[in-house]
Design a protein around this ligand. Sequence first.
Ligand code: F6R
Ligand code: MG
Ligand code: MG
Length: 367
Amino acid sequence: MGKKVTLSVIKADVGGYVGHSSVHPELLSKAEECLAKVKSEGLLIDYYCGHCGDDIALIMTHKEGADSEKIHRFAWETFETVTEVAKELKQYGAGQDLLSDAFSGNLKGMGPGYAEMEFEERKSEPVLIFLADKTEPGAWNMPLYKMFADPFNTAGLIIDPAMHDGFLFEVHDLIEHKKIVFDCPKELYDMLVFIGAPARFTIKFVYRKADKEVVAATSTQRLSLMAGRYVGKDDPVMIVRSQAGLPAVGEVLEPFAFPHTVAGWMRGSHHGPLMPVSVKDATPSRFDGPPRVVCLGFQLAEGKFVGPRDVFDDPSFDRARQMALEVADYLRRHGPFEPHRLPLDELEYTTMPDIMKKLESRFEKVE
Ligand code: F6R
Ligand code: MG
Ligand code: MG
């Protein structure tokens, strides 16, 4: 076993309480029980069970590396076990994110989302874990761009020599299943062409250019593209390492002082502001939203989680929350009109194909 530790955040919605607004405490305690068992058996160094809205996040450290069959199988089986509790309590959409009947080696394409990274723990290792509900993986594009490429956000890009060379961004095309690495700041303008379209292009990893150290990882998947039908938004997670040659905690958080517009919200079909909230307020209720993000801050100590601090539980984010509420009011007044409702091509797995089919014969050519 090397010196490296792997940090895995694996999430799924296996039942909502009430509707899609939160997770019942009994589901969380069942997940905790499963986590405690494999920790005592030695598979995990440590764990924390997080949640945001109707999603449960298994936050784990171990020595198995990223994409480990053992870890992914454990997460899958845990979500299956928790689904049993969800079924007993008749929770809403019990087992909804488990798209496959059985586990087959890796969670890829199976429903649960995951962000993972393997690294050597530094002298002090502050990590920030973001969990979002009622939105899609592209929601991380703008904050990651600001953290690692925008000197108006991150002063360290100018001031800290360790960051001055810039960062490498691995961007995934979720439709064509391709990836590309952009070298920033040199290729900023090229990269923005793509990441400005977050429904299709998402930032998967960020590396520090000077030493290729992995510094951020996200969950990137499109549930609806996997299932071929509407199955809700993906409610993504993200890991960001911080300080000492990386953006400071405050520079990592600063993008969330602006509640940018993301896709998701009601029926996964509406644009709305991403509101940074404390864990206790991560209960999307108005029009099933607006979309939420929580941030759990930990200091890692030999792979153990010291924390979390509920980072957005801070008055300095009150204005962002207020702005989010104003934007929510403004967008809601558009009702079924764009840009509140998503464009038609984003609604392809909902009612659109059926309605098109029904009306096809009635459409006449305009001369
Ligand atoms: C959004 C979400 C909810 C549901 C909505 C309708 O991701 O999960 O907004 O889409 O509550 O749910 P159903 O169709 O299950 O009644
Ligand atoms: Mg749900
Ligand atoms: Mg959710």
